[in-house]
Design a protein around this ligand. Sequence first.
Ligand code: C2O
Ligand code: CU
Ligand code: CU
Length: 499
Amino acid sequence: MKSTILITGILLSAAIMGACSAGDSGSTDTMDHSNMSDEEIQKTNGEMENGHMSHTNPLALNDSSGENELALPPLLKPQNNKENIYTITAQSGETEIFDGIQTKTLGYNGSFLGPVIQVNEGEKITFRTKNELDEKTTFHWHGVEIPGIGDGGPHNYVNPGESKDVKFTVNQGAATLWFHPHPEGSTAAQVYQGLAGLIYVEDEQSKTLHLPNEYGINDFPLIFQDKQFDDNRQLNYKFAMNDDGTIGDTLLINGTINPKLTVGKEKVRLRLVNGSNARNYTYQLNTGDAFQQIATDGGLINEPNKLREITLTPGERAEIIVDFSKYDANSEIALLNENGAILLPFNIDEQKSSNPSDIPTNLNDYSVTNEERNLPVSKKLELFGMDNMVTINNKQFDMNRIDFTQKQGETEIWEIYNKPDMMGGMTHPFHIHGTQFKIVSIDGQEPPVSEQGWKDTVAIDAGETFKLAVKFNNKGIYMFHCHILEHEENGMMGQVEVK
Ligand code: C2O
Ligand code: CU
Ligand code: CU
């Protein structure tokens, strides 16, 4: 078995090299393919056809057999309703992912993954974080506008046995956000082993929309994470680790292997969360039918956006509504990825139903203002490299170096360029902590409708330049980095201090 794994490893790196040449969104492909097998070349070409290049996806995902009903993360109630205290404990444990086998995992308030924390705009809340692991961790609230001191970046360690309260007022609109650890050097490993949870924000306006919102009935979170299990069905991060992004052949959704989802004959909201270390997903229905996108990372978009596919890179989220009313119990409906792998088969239960829901035509009032469009660029970032040679502005992360400063409440234009390398380059999902930003332009053009909304993570393809309107409503030190977690570990990260 060990030798098979070794061979897979070699093929994998060859395929990664191959895929790199396809990175340049298919414009010029000058790489010499002579040393690649037909299969690898085919793979490379296949990935070029798929507009969004996927440098990190050479290892195919297994189809879900659909034998297990999807697990739903528990909703976390505040401990003391008046004070809105949410207790979140990082712990280790064992989880029966495969029938009859215990896999060692990490989780929040449980052995694997974490709860959904539901909060409302305007509420004062406390996250009471506890570390019951035997290593240091941090609690990072991805997408939350929170003072830097509570952001849970690498400066905010919680040592084993320690507890820390994070208090803040929710000051952003309805969105699907998430949380995960961020300790320097072990973020990727801790996330891989299971530390990730969700935060749902609601606001006054979102509650009046009658969107599907019955948790676990017509409103489901789907946390996509690919894993490579070893012979003993364990998640051995060191064994699976790849400097250019750790991927696996086995998909877990909400921690469930071979999941299926039972839905009613009605409109169903799916909150897609790419919680993978490195894998990209382009989601589509096997029927080719369209669905409606209603939200980006950080909020509802203005109008439902009819799509047949949507791509999420690590860290990104989107909410979509699939209308199952046109199918019946015998229909075979499934969510697939770009290669046609079955991610999630649906089971339609005609008895199951919820309160009638709507997809109103007006969901939000997001806009990029003229003022924002006319602001000069004040911060320039250049992303470059691959493997452990990844940099931002030619530098690797240094916790003792502040790369930029910005004034609280002031909008600045960040220009981010993903500089191609000799082999084309690769997509980097670029993320900024502590803020929801707007994409002003991509290579001088309007972003696609699917990205015209609040974002905290953007997929920047090789050769592309993004202009972002970035404003921090709080003070403190915030990270910005590539959300391929191994790139982040390898130093593709910097810090902005907001004063
Ligand atoms: Cu999900 Cu530093 O972020
Ligand atoms: Cu973050
Ligand atoms: Cu990267």
